[in-house]
Design a binder for this molecule. Structure first.
Ligand SMILES: C[S@@+](CC[C@H](N)C(=O)[O-])C[C@H]1O[C@@H](n2cnc3c(N)ncnc32)[C@H](O)[C@@H]1O
Length: 287
């Protein structure tokens, strides 16, 4: 059978199973099986053997059972780069590119390109945010922590894939325990896309999302509890004029509570749907 025929069989099955981008997903699954760039599947259809056909059908069936595509093909693009993803690890979202843009915007305000910043990412997942930031702005010293051992493993792999061998300390640790080891005033930039979905919303999440780890998603009863705990526990560790960049879906409440913790809200960034998605807090002198 020719690859193009198999591709369209996949499209048909995915479409009937209610998958919203059947052509794109069938292409990605087939190119993963054939280990080819997807455009080649159209330009130069290949002969597919029965082992490949079975492997393809197997992944299509898993996708119909709402396994996330990134878990099936093993990667996700983020900020134009490829990042490996393991099942059991949070899949980077395009919304978080706004978090990257917010940090870069702040860093690039500084005209002195020799300024070095000490940064921490709380909850690295695949490492996509931290690795992207280092690649875009190499004068930043990052430490990354995550409680999930699989996340740390795949983040190490991604760092290596992007040529950052042994340059990023990655620790598998509870970020709140790690805090106790950090020197006061030593973090210039704290970045986090913490779990921030309200606990009560779990049952209504799409089945694909429910295949991702709960520890990566649920942020407490109001959804902002983990964010507030990060702000509170790291307050002394942030340098004067240091910044905290947090992704959220409840910027208003987060800002209101963070002010009570002595943080100054400096800026917010909206996502493509117009929702405030990132809040930047400043720790000012005198608090
Ligand atoms: C929403 S995911 C974000 C992952 C990654 N930063 C991204 O945006 O793709 C939140 C991450 O926080 C991690 N996490 C949850 N609780 C943690 C804790 N107490 N200490 C450290 N990491 C934690 C999860 O394992 C998960 O990888």
């Amino acid at each position: 059978m020719k690859s193009i025929e198999l591709l369209y069989r996949g499209v048909e099955k995915l479409k009937n199973g209610g998958i919203t981008s059947p052509l794109c997903e069938s292409e990605l699954i087939l190119s993963h099986i054939l280990e080819k760039q997807d455009e080649n599947l159209f330009i130069k259809p290949l002969e597919v053997n029965s082992a490949m056909e079975n492997a393809f059908n197997n992944l299509i069936n898993l996708r119909l059972n709402k396994q996330p595509l990134a878990y099936l093909i093993g990667y996700q693009y983020f900020y134009g780069r490829k990042f490996f993803v393991y099942p059991g690890v949070f899949i980077p979202r395009y919304d978080s590119e706004i978090l990257v843009l917010a940090v870069l915007n702040y860093l690039k305000r500084d005209q002195d390109i020799n300024t070095r910043y000490n940064a921490l990412e709380w909850g690295i997942g695949t490492g996509a945010l931290m690795i992207t930031l280092i690649l875009e702005y190499p004068q930043i010293n990052f430490v990354g922590v995550d409680i999930n051992p699989q996340a740390c493993q795949v983040a190490e792999k991604n760092a290596k894939y992007h040529g950052l061998v042994n340059t990023i300390p990655i620790f598998q640790v509870d970020g709140f325990k790690y805090c106790e080891l950090v020197k006061p005033g030593s973090i210039d930039i704290l970045v986090s896309n913490p779990p921030y979905i309200k606990n009560s919303l779990w049952g209504g999440l799409p089945p694909e999302v429910q295949k991702e780890p709960i520890v990566a998603l649920l942020g407490g009863e109001q959804g902002i509890e983990v964010s507030l705990k990060i702000l509170e526990s790291y307050y002394d560790k942030i340098s004067i004029n240091g910044r905290v960049f947090l992704e959220t879906d409840n910027a208003g409440l987060l800002i209101e509570k963070a002010i009570r913790l002595n943080y100054q809200p400096e800026n917010t960034y909206t996502d493509l749907s117009g929702q405030e998605r990132v809040v930047v807090f400043k720790k000012e002198e005198g608090y």
